[in-house]
Design a protein around this ligand. Structure first.
Ligand code: ACO
Ligand code: ZN
Length: 164
């Protein structure tokens, strides 16, 4: 059964299902240089369906976010060991940007990782990716670290995080 989380005009924001994964991979291929194996998408959906979310307009997939959970050192508390949600990837097709879809995907994934009792939520983003950095800042994420040559092409990442 489809779990619709929110409607933004004609756009449904809902939990992903296995039959959505091919479309999610297609959006990823069109929008980002970081790609993953089929198995990786399947395993993220199996492990954290609460925070694997798609945006769909009239049956067409236009965006997704997918996440995982981890235990590790806090991005905020000195020597704290916490449960963290981690945004693995988010994208919205070019033609559908700047309509609030990316924000809705992040907000719903925050709700999803809260259901799993995560203490913090974090992600890495290219330092040059202003759109994404602004989106995360708007939602309360702050830059906690700069990761040197994090990407394969040598670009640095910002590690951005939020306490839940
Ligand atoms: N310029 C300035 N600010 C922007 C821009 C932009 N072009 N786009 C988004 N923002 C900021 C604004 O603060 C905006 O709020 P506002 O419209 O009230 O000013 C806020 O983000 C929310 O914007 P949305 O419309 O909800 O975001 P959108 O649906 O356009 O999606 C996204 C943003 C996902 C970053 C999109 O640009 C995208 O898919 N980019 C390509 C893929 C990508 O870079 N993904 C992130 C990689 S990092 C990672 O995956 C962990
Ligand atoms: Zn990451």
């Amino acid at each position: 059964m489809q779990v619709i989380l929110r409607q933004l005009g004609d756009c449904n924001i809902r939990r992903a299902e296995p039959s959505d994964l091919i479309s999610v991979m297609e959006i990823n291929l069109k929008t980002l240089p970081e790609h993953y194996s089929d198995y990786f998408y399947e395993s993220l959906l199996a492990e954290l369906p609460e925070a694997f979310i798609v945006a769909e307009i009239g049956g067409k997939h236009v965006g997704y976010i997918m996440c995982k959970t981890e235990y590790g050192f806090s991005n905020f508390k000195k020597l704290g060991f916490v449960k963290k949600g981690h945004v693995v990837s988010i994208a919205v097709l070019d033609e559908y940007r700047r309509k609030g879809i990316g924000q809705a995907l992040v907000e719903e994934s925050v709700n999803g990782v809260k259901l799993r009792k995560c203490d913090e939520f974090y992600l890495e983003v290219r330092c040059s990716n202003n759109e994404a950095v602004r989106l995360y800042e708007k939602l309360g994420f702050v830059i906690r670290q700069q990761l040197n040559a994090y990407y394969r092409d040598g670009e640095d990442a910002y590690l951005m995080a939020i306490e839940l």
